[in-house]
Design a protein around this ligand. Structure first.
Ligand code: LLP
Length: 421
């Protein structure tokens, strides 16, 4: 459930009619709902209320400072994968003790930044990384908490570009080698090994892969404990899918996900961390755009909108589906027409979807791309020198710009021309 609904003949974000945002901020623009974000975070918390836990928001899904502040104030931890994300989480007021650092390629600079600023745990993904962190920690006179990410070799049954838990993927340590790696970690100075970490992929629509992966984690935890490791924490990753289509095939709910966790690892007495991103913020955001032209092609009509693949990359990159709806509520029984919805960028790939059924629209009309709150603004670029898309946060009947659209002057000011040119 989200808070983008039609009333009074128009799509609203909570109580704000979207044309008001378009008028004041311009389009394209991302619009997020505070109520939806709050609700979704609450569902994960509720799903784990049977145990000691921390819901770490995956910052990569949406790293706007206002979104992070909202999450942090609700009590969320943060899962970060870069120095930039770490800096954002801290700037949003999240204490280091609630920040988990994931990722296969953490640099020494990033590790140092997190040790100095405070960290809940590093999720280690390889032996070289583990040794580098140990050396760094010793040189800083620190002892850092770590979990080791294992690759359970399960098929997450999701898009190949966002599956991470098969042995052929670059992530984690093969679970078969885990005992050996934990044994080495226990000997390394500067590291306090306290957990096991796993993340098998994103946009999972089936709980079975989770059940398999967490079953393997439970088994491993028992073996590691028997080997003498004090495993007190399990980081079970994120990845729970969201309904992109409004049909009856909705993915499982957070409460069902929580149940699988309870059934597989619930008896180990470990503190549980999860790292949901998309499920919290995906359906809490839309991308609002205006129609520029309606162009008649050979046997098809193009709806050219002012949002493009640089603003919302997912359709071009993963053939991802986003519902595209008119902001003006269609009248009951209004005739629909099929459009290829495209952006202005000079690439054929700048197609959001072909054959979208929409009412008759004209230049200036507003459309909304639903389910765009996750991996939307964060994956935006300035390709074709289009200013980075702005973001707005709605709460009730108020809204605020939480990232302004840069002016051309601001865009140009980042470049410099050397004196010898
Ligand atoms: N934890 C780790 C270690 C991850 O790598 C990810 C996502 C998450 C948590 C959060 O997963 P979520 O709950 O959001 O599914 N750009 C792609 C998604 C890439 C996901 C990468 N890792 C997309 O637009 O679909």
């Amino acid at each position: 459930m989200d808070h983008f609904n039609y009333h009074d003949g128009e799509l609203h974000a909570e109580e704000v009619p979207l044309h008001r945002i378009a008028e004041q901020v311009g389009t394209p623009v991302y619009v997020y709902s505070t109520a939806t974000l709050t609700r979704h975070f609450g569902l994960f918390r509720q799903a784990l209320d049977w145990t000691d836990h921390l819901v770490c928001f995956a910052v990569k899904a949406n790293s706007n400072l206002a979104v992070l502040k909202l999450m942090g104030d609700l009590g969320a931890g943060m899962d970060v994968v870069s120095g930039g994300e770490y800096a954002r989480a801290r700037a949003a007021g999240v204490p280091g003790e609630r920040i988990v650092f994931s990722g296969v390629g953490k640099t020494l600079i990033e590790m140092r930044q997190a040790i100095e600023g405070g960290i809940r745990q590093f999720n280690i993904e390889s032996e070289p990384e583990m040794r580098a962190l140990s050396e760094l920690a010793v040189s800083m006179g620190a002892e850092v908490p770590v979990a080791i990410r294992v690759n359970p070799d399960v098929d997450a049954k999701t898009h190949e570009k966002i599956a991470t838990g098969k042995s052929e993927n670059k992530f984690g340590i093969p679970i078969a080698r885990a005992r050996q790696v934990y044994a080495e970690a226990a000997e390394l100075p500067g590291l306090r090994v306290l957990g096991v970490d796993v993340h098998i992929g994103s946009q999972l629509t089936d709980l079975e892969p989770y059940r398999q992966a967490y079953g393997k984690v439970a088994e491993l935890t028992r073996v590691l404990r028997a080997d003498g490791h004090a495993i007190s924490r399990l980081d079970l990753g994120g990845g729970l899918g969201i309904p992109y289509r409004r049909d009856n095939n909705a993915p499982p709910l957070p409460i069902e996900f929580g149940q699988v966790i309870r059934e597989t690892v619930g008896d180990l007495g470990c503190e549980i961390e999860i790292e949901p991103g998309r499920n919290i913020v995906g359906n809490a955001g839309i991308l609002l755009a205006s129609v520029i032209y309606l162009k008649e092609g050979e046997g098809r009509d193009f709806l050219i909108v002012d949002a493009a693949m640089n603003d919302l990359l997912r359709p071009a990159m993963y053939s991802a589906y986003h519902d595209i709806v008119p902001v003006a509520e269609p009248a009951l029984g209004e005739e629909l027409q099929a459009f290829d919805v495209v952006g202005p960028i000079c690439e054929t790939g700048d197609t959001f979807r072909k054959g979208v059924e929409l009412p008759a629209l004209a230049g200036g009309d507003l459309v909304a791309f639903r389910s765009a709150g996750a991996y939307g603004a964060v994956m935006a670029s300035e390709y074709n020198s289009r200013p980075l898309v702005p973001e707005v946060l709605v709460k009730g009947d108020q809204f605020a710009v939480i990232r302004a659209r840069p002016t051309f002057e601001e865009m140009l000011a980042r470049d410099s021309i050397p004196s010898w040119l």
